[in-house]
Design a protein around this ligand. Structure first.
Ligand code: NDP
Ligand code: CA
Length: 315
C-alpha cells in the first residue's frame, strides 16, 4: 500500500574541467522533527497516518540510503540518539549532534527531546580532525539557533574540507535575525579557516555549508553568503538553464494558514576549491502531488538536496 519513492535524476554538470574520479556526495535535508510534524505544523492535507514515526523513519532512512552521501547534514533531528546515530553508525557514519537550546519540540506532548542539527560523514572516506557545536549569536546575543561545524580530511587525497550544518530562525519578520545569524556563522568559519591555514593566504580551505536558511534568495542573509570573502556559491543554481537561478522550491506544504512553496534550503561551497559535478533534480509538481508535502511517498515538507563535488586541481 506504500506508494513508490519520488523518482529523481542526477543532472551532470560539465564545466569543461576534467572528469570527476570519485566525487564527494553531499546531502542537505530538513527531515521535519517528529514532534513538530504531528504537534505544531498543522499540515492540513497530510493524513495523520502518513506522519506516524514508524512510517516516516523508514522513508527518511530509505532516502538517505538511496543516495548514500559521504556527508549528510540534517535539521529538525529529534530522534538522534534512538535512531539516526545508531543506525547510521552501523552503516559506517560518524556523527555530531547539536540540539537547539529551547527546541519548540519540547512544547509538544509526547515529544522525544529537543530537535537540532546533525552532521554525519562516511568514515571510510574521511578522517575527523575536529568538530564544534556553535550557538549562533545576533549582535553578541546568543539565539535559539545552532550549527555543527566539522573539519575532515579526505583519506584518499589528504585534502581538508570544512563542513557546516545549520538551521536559521523561521518565519517572516525575522529577516534581520537570519542575516545576523548568517553573519555570525560566516565569522566563525572565517576564523576556522584562518586557523587551519595558519596565516598563509595562498592556501584555500574547501568549505561546504548546508542548511535550512529559512530565507528566500532575495533575502539579505542569502546576499551575505553569495558575496562573502570566503568565495561561496550555491550549488543548486547549477540546475537552472542559465546556472544563475535557484530552483523554484525546496519546500512545498499546505498548512491551515495556506500553501507555502519556496526555496529555503541551500548547499554553499567554495567555488575556487570545489567543483559541482552533479545535482539531484527536484521532483515536479505532479510528482509532489496535489496535497504537497509531507505525504505517504515523502516524509518531510522539505526536499533533500544532493550534490556531487570534487576538489579543483590547483593551476
Ligand atoms: P522558529 O521560529 O525558528 O521555528 C521553529 C520551528 O517551527 C522550525 O523548525 C520551523 O520549521 C517551524 N515553523 C516555521 N513556521 C511554522 C508555522 N507557520 N507553523 C508551525 N511551525 C512552523 O523557532 P525558535 O527556534 O525561535 O523557537 C520558537 C519556540 O521555542 C517558541 O515557540 C518557544 O516554544 C521556544 N522557546 C522557548 C524559550 C524559553 O525561554 N523557554 C526561548 C526561545 C524559544 P522550518 O524551519 O521548516 O520552517
Ligand atoms: Ca519545519
Amino acid at each position: 500500500d506504500q506508494p513508490p519513492r519520488l523518482h529523481r535524476n542526477f543532472v551532470y554538470i560539465n564545466d569543461g574541467d576534467g572528469v570527476a574520479s570519485s566525487p564527494i556526495r553531499v546531502m542537505q535535508w530538513n527531515i521535519l522533527a517528529q514532534a513538530l510534524g504531528v504537534g505544531a505544523d498543522n499540515f492540513v492535507r497530510c493524513p495523520l497516518e502518513a506522519l506516524s514515526w514508524s512510517r516516516r523513519k523508514n522513508l527518511i532512512l530509505e532516502e538517505i540510503l538511496a543516495y548514500r552521501p559521504h556527508i549528510l547534514c540534517l535539521q529538525e533531528v529529534d530522534h538522534y540518539y534512538d535512531t539516526f546515530q545508531p543506525v547510521l553508525a552501523n552503516l559506517g557514519y560518524s556523527s555530531h549532534f547539536c540540539p537547539k537550546p529551547w527546541s519548540p519540540c519540547l512544547d509538544v506532548e509526547g515529544n522525544s527531546g529537543p530537535d537540532g542539527c546533525a552532521l554525519f560523514f562516511d568514515e571510510s572516506r574521511f578522517e575527523l580532525l575536529d568538530s564544534a557545536s556553535i550557538r549562533l549569536s545576533a549582535m553578541m546575543i546568543p539565539t535559539n539557533q545552532v550549527a555543527v561545524v566539522t573539519t575532515l580530511r579526505c583519506r584518499s587525497t589528504g585534502k581538508y574540507v570544512c563542513v557546516a550544518a545549520t538551521h536559521l530562525k523561521a518565519r517572516s519578520g525575522w529577516e534581520w535575525l537570519r542575516s545576523a545569524q548568517g553573519s555570525d556563522l560566516l565569522w566563525h568559519l572565517q576564523n576556522l579557516v584562518q586557523e587551519l591555514v595558519g596565516g598563509d593566504s595562498n592556501v584555500q580551505v574547501p568549505l561546504l555549508i548546508c542548511g535550512d536558511f529559512n530565507a528566500v534568495p532575495s533575502e539579505e542573509v542569502y546576499r551575505r553568503f553569495a558575496t562573502s570573502p570566503l568565495g561561496l556559491d550555491s550549488a543548486y543554481k547549477k540546475l537552472s538553464q542559465d546556472g544563475a537561478s535557484e530552483p523554484e522550491y525546496t519546500t512545498w506544504k499546505i498548512r491551515g494558514t495556506g500553501e507555502c512553496c519556496s526555496t529555503l534550503d541551500y548547499i554553499w561551497y567554495t567555488k575556487g576549491t570545489l567543483r559541482v559535478d552533479a545535482v539531484l533534480d527536484m521532483p515536479d509538481e505532479e510528482q509532489i502531488g496535489p496535497n504537497r508535502l509531507p505525504s505517504y511517498s515523502y516524509p518531510s515538507d522539505h526536499l533533500s538536496l544532493v550534490c556531487d563535488f570534487s576538489f579543483r586541481e590547483k593551476e
